[in-house]
Design a protein around this ligand. Sequence first.
Ligand code: ZN
Length: 407
Amino acid sequence: MQDKKLLELALGLLSPWTVKDVKLDLENKKLDIFIDFEKGGRFSCPTCPGASRPVYDTKERTWRHLDFFQYETLLHARVPRMECPTCGVKTVHVPWARPGSGFTLLFEALVLHLAEQMPVLPLSRELRVHPDSIWRILMHYVEQARQNLDLSKVVAIGIDECSKQKGHQYITTFCDLERSRVLYVAEHRHAEVLQEFAQDFKDHKGNVEQIQQVCCDMWPAYISGIHEHLPNAAITFDRYHVMSMMNRAIDEVRRSETKEQPELLKRSRYLWLKNPENLSGTQTARITDLKSLDLKTSRAYHIKLALQRLWSFRYPKVAERYLKKWYYWATHSRLEPVVAFAKTLKKHWDGVLNYTRSRITNGIVEGINSKIKTALIKRAYGFKSFQYYRTIIYLVAGKLDLPTQSC
Ligand SMILES: [Zn+2]
């Protein structure tokens, strides 16, 4: 009988629950553990704190448990119902599984742990469980953990878009810039996403009036949504987005100039786009030569280097004076894409200069996004499965309080 006691300990069974029988099927590599309750066992009501009552009737149930070495392990038990004077006849909660689940708590914790690191499909094959069952487990725990989220201390957020597929199907992620975690994922990037976020934020003890800083790109829908739903937030436009817009302008200049100077400019694209400190020795030598020529692309490049300097200023007044000079230079460059970019920047002046005060960027968000992208691209979910996307994002980047295997 020693083996049954050992299993009771391993399963954490307490009176009145005991292990009644164990069957090892060597041929089919299966281990069946039969659990039962002691005769005369009494159970308390699952929904109210009333006194414990005798068993009303029972129903046979089976749960998939962690494999015992290579043996697929199943728990079997007759689950009692009891009759509560207040609530009526109720199924008793068993301590090893949550109500309605065909898996033990430990098995579900293993699923959560593995799903953070591998896609659902191979995981389902590995564990020999239908993918839908895996999804049900993930969604249940992610939802439960999100219900308990306390966002009352969040004061700075980053908003970013992330495309589900190259170039289209955008989703918006809202991140906590201080704790680098995803707070909310919205299915598109319309202005309504701010309203959605604000509601979800309030539902989790967040105070929208307490949000002081928001970092985002110049997407008009975000800007108008922020003004409407986050009344006290100062916007800082993400410097990486600003610089990538500048880079797009350079690239346009280079492309049209390449038609006039194909020999000089061929295969030079990345020289102009990369930061000078990231260039190799030969690349530096080539760009030094090119810069000395009177090229339009080279002029655009100098304007970019000048804009880059803006981010090092600490005093808003000094930064503003500098940006005005830069603007004058850029708008008199006679380089159409550069002029257009400078004018866009002018419209977002305050949010650009706000960086000198807030010093926030979406660097963290970009990091989270690349983590999400790797997770999602590898997982390649279907087009319609936004719920799946969202669940995986919360799982890998939400820093949620999920059950672990040591529970
Ligand atoms: Zn009751």
